[in-house]
Ligand binder design. Structure first.
Ligand code: AKG
Ligand code: FE2
Length: 348
């Protein structure tokens, strides 16, 4: 399968790196990032852990950790990324309320927001299956956060923002933000899952409905032989423009494959559309032969909650303005609005 996306090495800050990154962000809104810090072993271990949680935990046990404040488990029929279409046939577990400096995960709301700790139990308990690996999950989250900061620094350079820390000072790791580390599973349709599908309005080929991401940027690992991510970047007269993202292997066997990186609505809004937030979905082609579920590991990056989304101070951004700037809302307001649409009710 040919690769329609650019592969950018973020270990370099060369003019070429910065230029290619901006080109990819401005045209496709998606790219592959190599030169990151992740070893193959580490990413494999994260996928193993995800598999263990999804396949060795009963549904009753999973339901003890229902998603709340965007932290926890979401099952097969909860999410609807494209409100016009069927519900998404997938399950996910979100780690959130993370302090990327200390590595603390799933903190209570009170602790996360620096309010005095209430006496009642933490409303975001970590499922026991993850208990022995909490330090490992923290480390992966911290590295993903650092990788995102690195990409944002290169973006600031590409946009000729005078302050090189413009984005990093708005994505500080120890401040409250809606950033989430998510494990996802898109199961094969088997005897045990077919029942769920036939009982509801699920289209089994669409695993994550067409949507754009909400935040600043998204980092994603997928595995060989488990493609399914499609982007709407092609010729609209053919297949509605859907293009499949292939699996791209690492050029160094010790290193994990390149990360898939895309830009979300918030960064697009913040840059007057210079960075594109591209529509994408996950689809299993009808009748396609697969022999495994699809797993992905995703890190959704959000700025600090109270970040005001006034246009990024850059001549490139200013030139892209179509007259008046959009109203300045905060990152948290922006996120809550999008989550409300996804869950079609109050933010859980
Ligand atoms: O699993 C994937 O490949 C994509 C997931 C995705 O787009 C999302 O959760 O926003
Ligand atoms: Fe997405």
């Amino acid at each position: 399968m040919s690769n329609p996306l650019k592969v950018v090495d973020i270990s370099s800050s060369s003019d070429d790196t910065v230029k290619t990154l901006l080109e990819a962000a401005n045209s496709q809104g998606f790219l592959f990032v190599e030169g990151h810090d992740f070893s193959n072993e580490e990413v494999q271990a994260a996928f193993e852990l995800s598999k263990r949680f999804f396949t060795e935990t009963s549904i009753e046990e999973k339901m003890k950790y229902p998603i709340k404040n965007n932290v926890g488990y979401t099952g097969f029929e909860d999410e609807q990324l494209d409100p016009r279409k069927a519900l998404d046939f997938k399950e996910a577990y979100n780690f959130g309320f993370i302090n990327f400096e200390t590595g603390e995960l799933n903190q209570s709301k009170a602790k996360f927001y620096g309010q005095s700790e209430k006496s009642d139990a933490n409303e975001h308990p970590i499922p026991p299956v993850f208990k022995d690996d909490e330090a490992f999950i923290s480390k992966i989250s911290q590295k993903l956060h650092a990788t995102a900061i690195r990409i944002l620094a290169l973006i600031a350079e590409a946009l000729l923002v005078e302050d090189p820390n413009f984005f990093s000072s708005r994505h500080r790791g120890n401040k409250p933000s809606g950033s989430v580390f998510r494990m996802l599973r898109y199961p094969l349709m088997r005897e045990d899952t077919l029942n769920i599908a036939s009982m509801s309005s699920i289209d089994p080929t669409i695993r994550a409905g067409a949507h754009t991401d909400y935040g600043s940027i998204t980092l994603l690992f997928q595995q060989k032989g488990q493609q399914g991510l499609e982007l709407q970047i092609g010729d609209k007269s053919q297949n509605d423009g859907w293009v499949t993202v292939p699996f791209v292997d690492s050029t160094n066997p010790q290193k994990a494959p390149p990360l898939i990186v895309n830009f979300g609505d918030l960064l697009s809004y913040w840059t007057n559309g210079v960075l594109k937030s591209t529509v994408h979905r996950v689809r299993f082609a009808p009748g396609e032969t697969r022999n495994s579920d699809r797993y992905s590991i995703v890190f959704f990056v959000q700025p600090e909650d109270d970040t005001l989304l006034t246009p990024v101070p850059s001549e490139i951004v200013k030139k892209a303005s179509l007259g008046g700037d959009p109203p300045a809302i905060t990152a948290l307001e922006h996120l809550q609005e999008r989550l409300r649409a996804t869950y079609q009710s109050e933010v859980k």
